[in-house]
Design a protein around this ligand. Structure first.
Ligand code: IPE
Ligand code: IPE
Ligand code: MG
Length: 246
C-alpha cells in the first residue's frame, strides 16, 4: 500500500500552512549560491500546490517572505522578488488548470511595484476558481498584522462604529489579513528548525505542529503525505478530555 492510500480523505486539514525553510542550506550543501536554493524551492512550491489540490485540501497558506526577511542582503532580496515575479507569470496556467484561487497576505505595499502588479493580476484572473485557495504570505509578519488589526479596531471604536464591549475573538479575526480563511489545522515547518518565526501567531492557536528535517527544495509529495498521516493520527482535544472527544 502506498502512503497516499493510507490518507483518510474525510479527515484532511481544512487549512494547511507551511513555513518553507532551508533553501539556503540546501544550496550550501551542494556548494551553490543561495539563489539556486530559492530557485529550486519554487519547484517544491509547484509540487506541493498541485498535490494539495489533488488531495482535496481547501486552503493552503505558504510563508514565502517575512517582514524580517527584508533585513537580508539586498542582492538576496532582489533575487527573491525576481523569483516571485517570474513564478507568478509562469504559474498562472498551473493555477487555472487546477482551479486554484490565489490570495495574498502581508504588507504588500512594501513589495516592488512590478511584483504588486503581477500579484494583483493573478489574483484577479483566478478569483472565480473554487477548488483551493492558495494564500501567499509575502512581506508578512504576524505581529505587524496584529498591530494593524488593533489600529483598525480602535479607529472603529473612536468613530462609534463598534463598541468596546462588542470586541471579541470574531471581531479580531475579521480584522486580520486572514479574515476569509478558516483556522489553521496543520502547520508544517521544513529544515529542522523548531520555531514559528512570526507566522500566523493568532491563527495557529490550536493548530497541530509538524516539523521535518527535510530542506524545502527536497520536500516531495511523500513528505507531505507523511505530515498529513501524522496529523490524522493525533487526537485534537481542544481543552476537553479524551473521553469527551470519543
Ligand atoms: C527559506 O529558506 C526561504 C525564505 C526565507 C525566503 P532560507 O533562505 O531561510 O534558507 P536557510 O534557512 O538559510 O537554509
Ligand atoms: C521564515 O524563515 C520565513 C519564511 C520561510 C518565508 P526564516 O529562515 O526567515 O526564519 P528564521 O529567521 O530562521 O527564524
Ligand atoms: Mg531559513
Amino acid at each position: 500500500m502506498s502512503l497516499l492510500d493510507t490518507i483518510n480523505k474525510n479527515n484532511l486539514p481544512k487549512h494547511l500552512a507551511i513555513i518553507m525553510d532551508g533553501n539556503g542550506r540546501w544550496a550550501k550543501q551542494k556548494g551553490l549560491l543561495r539563489a539556486f536554493g530559492h530557485e529550486s524551492g519554487t519547484k517544491s512550491v509547484r509540487t506541493t500546490v498541485e498535490t494539495c489540490a489533488r488531495l482535496g485540501i481547501e486552503n493552503l497558506t505558504l510563508y514565502a517572505f517575512s517582514t524580517e526577511n527584508w533585513n537580508r542582503p539586498k542582492l538576496e532580496v532582489d533575487i527573491l522578488m525576481k523569483l516571485l515575479i517570474s513564478s507568478l507569470k509562469n504559474e498562472l496556467k498551473t493555477l487555472q488548470d487546477n482551479n486554484i484561487q490565489l490570495n495574498s497576505i502581508g504588507n504588500l505595499d512594501l513589495l516592488p511595484k512590478s511584483a504588486q502588479k503581477e500579484l494583483q493580476e493573478v489574483i484577479t484572473k483566478t478569483k472565480s476558481n473554487t477548488r483551493m485557495v492558495l494564500t501567499l504570505a509575502l512581506s508578512y509578519g504576524s505581529r505587524e498584522e496584529i498591530v494593524n488589526a488593533v489600529k483598525n479596531i480602535s479607529d472603529k471604536v473612536k468613530n462609534n462604529i463598534i463598541s468596546i464591549d462588542s470586541i471579541d475573538e470574531s471581531i479580531i479575526n475579521q480584522h486580520l489579513y486572514t479574515q476569509n480563511l478558516p483556522e489553521v489545522d496543520l502547520l508544517i515547518r521544513t529544515s529542522g528548525e523548531h520555531r514559528i518565526s512570526n507566522f500566523l501567531l493568532w491563527q495557529i492557536a490550536y493548530a497541530e505542529l509538524y516539523f521535518t528535517e527535510v530542506l524545502w527544495p527536497d520536500f516531495k509529495e511523500e513528505d507531505l503525505y507523511e505530515a498529513i498521516i501524522s496529523y490524522q493520527k493525533r487526537e485534537r482535544r481542544f481543552g476537553k478530555t479524551s473521553e469527551q472527544i470519543k
